[in-house]
Ligand binder design. Structure first.
Ligand code: PEP
Length: 251
């Protein structure tokens, strides 16, 4: 049985006071238990969220890391060693906003994935197709290429203990969610592709869904056999809504 994960991607949102308030609200809600619950604040606010969540079972993560795992001359970047030092457990790599707006390609994302793992962080590899790619038909080859880049660099064992987030780009921040069946089909295809290379890695791999997850649609999505939780953007900025999504992920 895979333990569900619900991670809140706060993106480039928050001020010192809003992060303090949200962290305190989440702390008081006593989330967790049968579900791994994580928040991924902007890098500036990770330390503050850590203080606000001290003593709670909510873990911390980041939204990106440098390809350089260690301290280095990379102005403006944050390395995995720094993220581990501040208490992060997780780090997103390859979020579509970075792939599309900052031009991050599969090979760079795969190197970030390995940089994260080399410092003991758990990478959450974001994959997903744009609307144009879905409408063009063979969108599975896009997703497979995003997963395959990691396998080419480090082999399938790199996915042991890691997380994949399937986030159809057309569903992110748009209010449009993939239907539970549409999402399940892609999750099953990802797991199947990994299983062709290692059944044990595939069986343990958490594949979470992201794209306009809300309290009102979470339970239906999470009930699917290959959906192991969610990566939540907009709705994670509201403690009540996020709490309800976490409760929907209970096994
Ligand atoms: C995201 O950006 O990872 C995301 C899933 O956003 P939203 O939930 O707002 O669609």
């Amino acid at each position: 049985m895979r333990r569900p994960l619900v991670a809140g991607n706060w993106k480039m949102n928050g001020t010192c006071s809003s992060v303090a308030a949200l962290s305190q609200q989440l702390h008081e809600m006593k989330l967790g238990g049968e579900v791994d619950v994580a928040v991924l604040p902007g890098a500036l606010h990770i330390g503050q969220a850590r203080e606000g969540l001290k003593g709670s079972s909510i873990s911390l993560g980041a939204q990106d890391c440098s390809v350089e795992p260690d301290f280095y001359a990379r102005t403006g970047e944050v390395c995995a060693a720094q993220l581990a030092d501040i208490g992060c457990v997780w780090v997103l790599v390859g979020h579509s906003e970075r792939r599309l707006m900052l031009g991050e390609g599969n090979e760079l994302v795969a190197r970030k994935f390995l940089a994260a793992q080399s410092k003991g962080l758990i990478p959450i590899l974001c994959v997903g197709e744009t609307l144009a790619q879905r409408e063009a038909g063979d969108f599975w080859s896009i997703i497979r290429g995003q997963v395959e880049a990691v396998v080419e660099l480090a082999g399938v064992p790199a996915f042991a203990g890691a997380v994949v987030a399937y986030e159809p780009v057309w569903a992110i921040g748009t209010g449009k969610t993939a239907s539970p069946d549409e999402a399940q089909a892609v999750h099953a295809a990802i797991r199947g592709w990994i299983a062709e290379r290692s059944e044990s890695v595939a069986a343990g791999l958490r594949i979470v869904y992201g794209g306009s997850v809300k309290a009102s649609n979470a339970a239906e999505l999470f009930a699917k056999p290959d959906i192991d939780g969610g990566l939540v953007g907009g709705a994670s900025l509201n403690a009540e809504e996020f709490g309800a999504i976490c409760r929907a992920a209970r096994i």
